[in-house]
Design a protein around this ligand. Structure first.
Ligand code: IMP
Length: 187
């Protein structure tokens, strides 16, 4: 059993909201299927849902960009380590992201793909933390705006932990500590 972190969005809420976003995406991009690009690892579950909800079973490509070192504080630097050579020239790219925080990752990816000749580079993100923005980015399809909390689950992790939780939960160090203790003491 994982620690009982407070649930922010249940798996059901995520499914419903993603279907709504996919309907809007399908309407907007009728006749011009986008190149779906998931920002991994975190956006994989969200990207799979969007893919399932869009007509035509479009493939999902992957890009890896790291802006976080370790822990909950951004390093500020964005490196594209996988997928920088995707064939985006002449394509409408749709970036699929788990969460937009400072905006640096999405801004760097958009700059990169537009420089490589993408016709457009829209963004669909399950979550957004507007109060944390450092770089102005437009999220064309946003699932939910959230306050400045560190969240986990549905693909999002803390140093590799809790990614597999089905719901989006709020990280709480104290709950995690008590959970660890109860496992040791069996109480
Ligand atoms: P940004 O470049 O600051 O917008 O950061 C975006 C990336 O930071 C996301 O793709 C996540 O990997 C990570 N991130 C930001 N906030 C959170 C959070 O609350 N939980 C887990 N990962 C986060």
């Amino acid at each position: 059993m994982p620690p009982a972190f407070p649930i922010l969005f249940s798996n059901d809420q995520i499914l419903r909201r993603t279907k709504e976003l996919a309907r809007r995406i399908a309407d907007d991009l009728r006749g011009a299927p986008p190149l779906l690009v998931a920002v991994i690892e975190g956006a994989r579950p969200f990207a799979r849902l969007v893919q399932q909800a869009l007509p035509g079973h479009l493939p999902v490509h992957e890009v890896r960009a790291s802006s976080y070192g370790s822990g909950t504080v951004s390093s500020g630097e964005v490196k594209i380590t996988t997928g920088s050579d995707l064939p985006v020239a002449g394509q409408h790219v749709l970036l699929l992201e788990d969460i937009v925080d400072t905006g640096r990752t999405i801004a760097a990816l958009q700059r990169h793909f537009l420089a490589k000749g993408a016709l457009s580079c829209r963004v669909a993100s399950l979550l957004s933390k507007p109060s944390r923005r450092v770089v102005a980015v437009t999220i064309d399809y946003c699932g939910f705006e959230i306050p400045d909390e560190f969240v986990l689950g549905f693909g999002m992790d803390l140093d590799g932990r809790y990614r597999e939780l089905p719901d989006v939960v709020v990280y709480d160090r104290e709950i995690e500590r008590r959970h660890g203790l109860s496992r040791v003491t069996g109480s």
